[in-house]
Write a protein that binds this ligand. Sequence first.
Ligand SMILES: *Cc1c(COP(=O)(O)O)cnc(C)c1O
Length: 464
Amino acid sequence: MTNPYRLLPSVTELLERPELTGSLAAFSREIIVETIRRELDRLRAGIAANAVSEPPSPAAIAERVVASLHSLNPSKLRPVINATGIVLHTNLGRAPMAESAARAAYDAARGYLNLELDLATGERSSRQDAVREGICRITGAEAATAVNNCAAATVIALRALAAGKEVIVSRGQLVEIGGSFRIPEILEVSGATLREVGTTNITRAADYENAIGPNTGAILRVHASNYKLRGFTQAVGVEELAAIGRKHGVPVIDDVGSGAAVDFAALGFPDEPLVGTGIRAGADVVLFSGDKLLGGPQAGMIAGKKRWIDAIEKDPLMRAVRLDKMALAALEATLAAYRDPVQVFAEVPVLRMLTTPTDELRTRCERLAERLREIEGFASCEVLDDIAYVGGGSLPDQAIPTVVLALAAKGIGEEEFARRLRVGVPAVLARLKNGRVLFDPRTVFDSQDDALVTAIRSAVRGSP
Ligand SMILES: *Cc1c(COP(=O)(O)O)cnc(C)c1O
């Protein structure tokens, strides 16, 4: 008889098992090694007590290690492989950050940094200094600051410029962005009063001009990022609004939302305004998010005339909505990536994902399909053309042609298949369509392909 102890795999052998690929990305190596040792000790004890005559296969042991790691880390927040193809998935944390930005956040998190200290003079400085120049560079504005998110940016800008006064907004722009961000309510909490002008579909320059009076605090323009009016419509462009504002001495706030800092129109997304457009057109303050098309951390950018930026920074609310050191470090690095207009597409994942050619996606799908076809358990495994959306309230009807891997598992419905993928480690999110689960490699990092194959294999085999 073979010595059962000798049938046990080594720690190194187990570490190299494909079942553990996902865990290597999610847990520290030390914890994985410790968990493997514990599992092997448990098996040796079983052999010694004659409870185990033949040890389980290395694959089965590796899967027990994964389950054990899983139970050891009961975090609510866990890494997810996003195979939905939705690049800005709000439920999955919107933009994945550039390596440089993630590293900056990591360094900021684990140590000290000169957050509010000028190292040259030893004097106290402003935390905003880290990002001012970068925001000014991508917008062309003379001054800039940043807060927690674009919702906070809108509230504080309205407060600082127009509290106690009227803010003129077109009825066509009284939108809800999602997650209870509604322009009329935002205006209310800012302490300004809403003065609606125009109609849902038509607002003209004269509507704004007629509404301007002694109590006008600002004109607000909102880019309707998540819906679109078609047919008989008219709106006043930011250039014309800025001219009206100048003529009457009323500041114009342009909430552009998504924050495209590269020319998305040239990439085939014609409706996305550049963050610099409003500034060039003469808007006083431009607002946009950090974690939408800019591809950085959650943040709200405020760019514009120095006079207004100073007023915003002096507002007592600034302290309540300021960015923390990690977000600031990540934002500084994200903005730095935009210095190189070519390299930025390789460095910022959102830009890279949105511009990945379908040929490349097809090749990846085919490679994944090839690896999966070796496994029993699929009723179908096909590479198909499909359509994806940007998500995150950006570019609502901009369908992006994409290529997906479509799978159906034998004996389990697509809902159960998707559930198993969701509760696995790492969790995998995919799309469901016509009885199949669709995996879109557009939003899956190359480095996650192995973990994805393992997760699919486990889900089909019924574990976890
Ligand atoms: C998304 C969006 C916001 C809210 O931005 P957050 O960063 O999510 O707070 C505000 N205005 C517009 C136009 C938006 O598109």
